[in-house]
Ligand binder design. Structure first.
Ligand code: ADP
Ligand code: MG
Ligand code: MG
Length: 901
């Protein structure tokens, strides 16, 4: 509920604001105020607050008091400038510019030259020294922008009329249109305006101003803005501020112009001058790319005084903001004006490099450097990249929906993708849009390319879930599935042709682009020495990672099932294994033993099968314990339903039928088939698995516990150290854990003897009931590890394999959640279960060791949550370990939660 009072202050002069008032004045307004107060040349103006916008959007009308305050500030502006808005002789003109708390590029509206009308256009020309061309050019821009943004006149109509005028003149350049041409164009524009709006173009300057302000308010709720916010997770209720700024003119002649600049290279972070300049133009021409800009360095030749002043201001801004700034400026007849600045967006590499440079320059400390980078950026830097040179030119550009670099033969159907992948070929699945039927093809493909859909399309969501490279919405591509080809820029690409896609930049290339490994990964793997390299990125990453490690409270472990995984994860900085799954130890040539176990008809047959498995399991653990050299290793007892180890029903049925036909002996196949039928489950995810298996199949857990304990003893006898932690999956009631534990402790005591080996026994918390009865469970558990995948599945009541392909894209599109709860922990629901379990578990057993395994352990936002909740460690896949280390460090220095924007 928005309440308004006569006394609410809705309008702030630039001199009244500062950079810290972004919530109130928006980013643009706050920074215009900051520059004004620094004494930089900013055209005078004022800002209408986000509060006024919120009130307008809530009630559908301007809040009481707003009109009066605008009037007062406008009068003050007019007095200061010695001109009145739209005065026929000497008009004051203003721009009306949106500017929200978070930058939303291209989403919101701006109207320039407000105050021009049929009479003041003449005054403007007089004031500019009878510069008719300039005055009419400004007027036609006003009608165009006002028509399009305020009155929803289709922009193409104006553009067509402009093209028409140029064609009639036989030119392609706006500058060749003279005053008469532009006067004619204004007439045409006015007709277009009247045709679409049913009224004449408003001549009253104050009405123009009010309508423009209202349009900016309303642009907050334009469809594209809503969509953008949802994708970028910007809250929907912030509203935008509106800046009313005295116009300065870059289109007054060759001694005028406009440009944009960065204080460092936003691509690499390198120091230097980066920017574009366009003489004799208004600001929007630079962004729109209507005419070709020149590099900013050219300005030195054109106008040395302004150039020097600009460099000087850029240096001051950097010093003041202590960061890379981007700026917009305009030069009016040799006088420089600053129109915008903000801390500039940058690539992941530049973020690290700049943070490192600023520490070197003494502008920020290492905590601040750590704050300014994030795990998502680090993750990006760990993907292999395309090695691009001039040979490769992108043929299309879509949305970088799921990062990575992939090359492969083009296929258009899921079936074909599966076929070619089975032959060992890399394929790129190309579709207009994907749907759940494409799932197998997506799994088989190296990468996915679609011509439609955004960051929350089916393709994007599923690809991210699978960690597969994806470019979505590359709309220059015309996909023709029946003809097995696509067209792009006049070229045809047929099935089997090779393309390369970059899931970070969204670019699409023809042919196979070679891939370079990430230097950051080389550094983590130890093959690039950060002290010796001249790679600025690696040095910066090393420095910031070292600081993150020094700062973090959370330990970082890895999920690893083999000695090789464990070794790699240790190089990435893992401090133990948080999840060692034992099910792979039942696969391959050991399957046969598992089948014997399942089919065992007698006690002896079963014990024999288990006895045969024991030494194999023991050897697996010996390898892992050796590799982890005294670091804790959490081993999860077998979790999946046993029928997962048997051949699929259909296959068995066919085998039996075929064998019978041939008159072969089918006793074993028939027994297996019967077992598969018997063990069939409607909902395997909720069936006989985890601790339930251990309780139902005698000797199964006992064999695993024995293998773990014997391995630990063996490693210790060899002079090593092993710290096993046995983890029981899927516990929902303390009685389950107590039963397993009693048996396990007996075995451990017997095996360990006086070897000095200590084995902990704990449980996963992954069934909601376990979280809710954590106090009881803690009585029997020496540690908890949150299994956030299952906790999310069971907390929400959906099975991941089914829902991600089937409807998550729709949920994301509708904004039911901003990000998949499998990607980032659902703080309110699943997170609450974790909080309850952590608190009640520790209350029952002080000092209870708490960790998390499951991919959330490597998700930046989730890591912050686990830090807040007070867990001891997170565990994630080896590749995510550095990301978790970085974010754990960031959580430790950020007391106010995460703000990675
Ligand atoms: P955006 O947020 O899309 O960059 P802006 O509000 O910054 O939109 O304005 C669009 C263009 O108009 C920019 O190039 C800006 O520099 C220019 N501009 C805005 N206000 C003025 C003004 N008062 N005088 C001259 N140019 C302006
Ligand atoms: Mg701008
Ligand atoms: Mg689980």
């Amino acid at each position: 509920m928005v309440t308004t009072h006569e006394t609410d202050k809705y309008v702030y002069d630039f001199a009244e604001g500062n950079k810290d008032l972004k919530d109130l004045l928006g980013g643009k307004g706050a920074n215009l105020a900051e520059m004004t107060n620094l004494g930089l040349p900013v055209p005078p103006g004022f800002t209408i607050t986000t509060g006024a916008c919120q009130a307008y959007l809530a009630t559908g009308r301007e809040p009481d008091g707003l009109a009066g305050q605008i009037e007062a500030h406008l009068e003050a502006l007019e007095r200061a400038m010695g001109r009145r808005l739209g005065d026929p002789q000497d008009p004051l003109l203003v721009s009306v510019r949106s500017g929200a708390r978070f930058s939303m590029p291209g989403m919101m509206e701006t109207v320039l030259n407000v105050g021009l009308n049929d009479r003041s256009v003449v005054g403007l020309s007089d004031q500019a020294g009878q510069n008719d061309r300039f005055a009419w050019d400004s007027y036609r821009r006003l009608i165009q922008m006002f028509g399009k943004t305020v009155c929803e006149v289709p922009g193409e109509e104006f553009e067509h009329a402009l093209d028409e005028a140029k064609r009639a003149k036989g030119t392609h350049d706006d500058l060749d249109l003279d005053a008469d041409d532009l006067r004619g164009l204004v007439e045409t524009y006015k007709k277009i305006f009247a045709k679409h709006t049913g009224r004449e173009f408003p001549q009253e300057p104050r009405e123009q101003l009010d309508l423009a302000i209202r349009a900016v308010f309303e642009s907050w709720n334009a469809e594209r803005a809503i969509l953008y916010r949802r994708q970028e997770r910007i809250p929907a209720d912030l509203g935008t501020a509106v800046n009313v700024v005295t116009m300065v003119f870059g289109n007054l002649g060759p001694d005028s112009g406009t440009g944009v600049a960065f204080t460092r290279d936003p691509g690499s972070g390198a120091q230097g001058i980066y920017g574009d300049y366009l003489a004799n133009a208004q600001g929007e021409d630079v962004v729109a790319g209507i005419r070709n800009t020149v590099p900013l360095q050219e300005l030195e030749r054109l106008d040395k005084t302004s150039y020097d002043q600009l460099l000087d201001i850029m240096a001051r801004l950097e010093g003041h903001y202590q960061d890379l700034c981007d700026i917009e400026f305009t030069i009016e007849r040799g006088k420089l004006w600053m129109l915008q600045t903000r801390v500039g967006k940058r690539t992941a590499a530049a973020a690290f490099v700049i943070a490192g440079q600023l520490v070197d320059e003494g502008l920020i400390d290492l905590d601040e450097a750590l704050h300014r980078v994030n795990g998502a950026q680090l993750a990006q830097l760990m993907f292999p990249r395309f090695q691009l040179d001039h040979e490769f030119e992108a043929v299309a550009r879509g949305i970088g929906a799921s990062p990575g670099a992939a090359s492969g033969a083009v296929v258009f159907t899921s079936a074909r993708a599966v076929e070619l992948a089975a032959e060992g070929k890399s394929v790129i699945l190309v579709r207009r849009e994907t749907n759940p039927d494409d799932l197998n093809g997506m799994i088989a493909a190296q990468g996915i390319l679609t011509s439609r859909g955004g960051k929350t399309s089916h393709a994007a969501v599923v690809a991210r879930g699978m960690g597969k490279t994806c470019v979505s919405g590359a709309d220059e591509i015309e996909v023709n599935v029946p003809a097995k080809r696509f067209n792009v820029g006049g070229r045809t690409v047929s099935e089997g042709d090779v393309v390369s896609i970059d899931g970070t930049t969204g670019k699409v290339y023809l042919g196979e682009v070679p891939v370079t490994p990430s230097e950051v990964v080389q550094y983590f793997e130890g093959s690039l020495d950060p002290e010796r390299t001249d790679d600025a990125l690696v040095r910066a990453v090393h420095r910031i990672m070292t600081h993150a490690d020094a700062r973090r409270r959370l330990a970082v472990r890895t999920n690893a099932d083999t000695g090789a995984d464990a070794a790699r994860a240790r190089r990435f900085g893992a401090e133990g294994i948080g999840l060692c799954r034992t099910e792979h130890m039942f696969l391959g040539d050991r399957r046969e033993l598992v089948e014997r176990l399942i089919l065992a008809a007698t006690e002896t047959e079963r014990t024999d099968a288990l006895a045969a498995l024991l030494p194999l399991q023991r050897q697996d653990f010996v390898e892992i314990f050796r590799e982890m050299a005294g670091l804790p290793v959490t081993v999860r007892l077998i979790d999946p339903p046993l029928h997962e180890f048997l051949p699929p029903l259909e296959q068995l049925a066919v085998n039996v039928a075929v064998a019978q036909e041939r008159g072969e002996d089918v006793a074993k196949e028939e027994a297996l088939l019967a077992a598969v039928r018997r063990m069939h489950e409607e909902n395997p995810m909720l069936g006989l698995r985890g601790v339930r298996l251990g309780l139902v199949i005698p000797g199964l857990f006992a064999m695993q516990v024995r293998a773990i304990a014997e391995a630990a003893v063996a490693v210790t006898r060899d002079g090593g150290t092993a710290c096993p932690e046995i983890m029981v999956p899927l516990v929902g009631a303390v009685q389950e854990l107590e039963t397993v534990r009693a048996e396990a402790e007996k075995i451990i005591a017997e095996v360990v003897g006086d070897s000095g080996v200590e084995v902990l026994i704990g449980t996963m918390i992954e069934v909601p009931r376990a979280a809710l009865t954590a106090g009881q469970i803690a009585e029997a558990a020496q540690f908890f590890s949150f299994g956030t995948n299952d906790l999310t599945q069971m907390g929400w009541g959906f099975s991941r394999d089914d829902v991600e392909g089937a409807f998550f894209w729709r949920y994301l599109e509708l904004g039911i959640f901003g990000i998949s709860p499998f990607e980032s922990i659902d703080r309110d629901g699943v997170g609450r279960l974790i909080r309850i379990a952590a608190e009640e578990g520790r209350a029952a057993r002080p000092g209870l060791k708490l960790g998390v395994c499951g991919e959330h352990g490597g998700d930046p936002d989730s890591v912050h949550f686990f830090h807040e909740v007070g867990l001891d460690y997170v565990s994630c896949s080896p590749f995510r370990v550095p990301v978790a280390r970085l974010e754990a460090g960031r959580s430790a220095i950020e007391t106010t939660g995460s703000d990675s924007r």
